[in-house]
Design a protein around this ligand. Structure first.
Ligand code: GLP
Length: 248
């Protein structure tokens, strides 16, 4: 595990975007490995990274023709058209503006009739592409990764997750009222994330300082899902000074 602390949010986002841009540029498709597989998050944290990816695409620096994406999570009960669904977020912030073929985009279906089956198929789909090459993630104030809440097993794969009151409250800022926040989500598991060849967790702002402290300075524990990244040989926490304010 590495922790990279940048002075500003902008520098942290630029570093992260540049890392993805280089990976996309350098990727050489072959018969055995036709696609670079990216794991992608939602939330306010990655928005500026997506802006830079879109800008790099528009400037002709990169193409997403050989990129496959798997999003981390989706709320149960929200359609792709709902403006708080993660489908909607991804279309608005990234997919509508780049040249990725629709069939190379994967997002869990929050309206799946059989959510358990949906999760199982998602995990199989990830495996069919040889796993995730680079997993980008944000972090919850309680240390969650994707929607893996504290207490989730490190062995978890894609599953249905009951959200904690804390997450519902934190995420209610995006909804009209707290009651509108779905109580459940579909999420890739901690093992799914851990199995990625490389994991980048981006954390910005003072609100993430405690989660960063628990994740990187305390013992690895299922009480803080992101602490699992301490055991990953190619994990990087990319943070700004505010998120790192409890690390000195
Ligand atoms: C949600 C998402 C997470 C995300 C977290 C932090 O709960 N499921 O994947 O990392 O929020 O969001 P933000 O980046 O807005 O702080």
């Amino acid at each position: 595990m590495k922790v990279l602390i940048f002075k500003t949010k902008e520098e942290a986002c630029n570093w992260t975007a540049d890392k993805l841009i280089s990976a996309i540029k350098d990727f050489q498709p072959s018969a055995e490995k036709p696609f670079l597989v990216l794991g992608l998050p939602t939330g306010s944290t990655p928005i500026d990274v997506y802006k830079r990816l879109v800008a790099a695409y528009k400037a002709g620096q990169i193409s997403f023709k050989n990129v496959v994406t798997f999003n981390m999570d989706e709320y149960v009960g929200l359609s792709a058209e709902h403006d708080q669904s993660y489908h909607y977020f991804m279309n608005e912030n990234l997919f509508n503006h780049i040249d990725i073929p629709q069939n190379q985009i994967h997002i869990l279906d929050g309206l799946a009739k059989n959510p358990t089956e949906e999760c199982h198929l998602y995990e199989e789909k990830i495996a069919s592409f040889g796993g995730i090459d680079i997993q980008l993630g944000g972090i919850g104030e309680n240390g969650h990764l994707a929607f893996n809440e504290p207490g989730t097993s490190f062995d978890s794969v894609t599953h249905v997750q009951q959200l904690t009151q804390n997450t519902i409250e934190v995420n209610s800022r995006f909804f009209e009222k707290k009651e509108d926040v779905p109580q459940k989500a579909l999420t890739i598991g901690l093992k799914t994330i851990f199995n990625a060849k490389e994991v980048i967790v981006l954390a910005l702002g003072r609100k993430k300082a405690e989660a960063m402290y628990q994740s990187t300075r305390m013992a690895v524990s299922e009480n803080c899902p992101a602490s699992l990244m301490q055991n990953h040989t190619k994990s990087i926490f990319v943070i700004d000074e505010e998120a790192g304010s409890k690390l000195s």
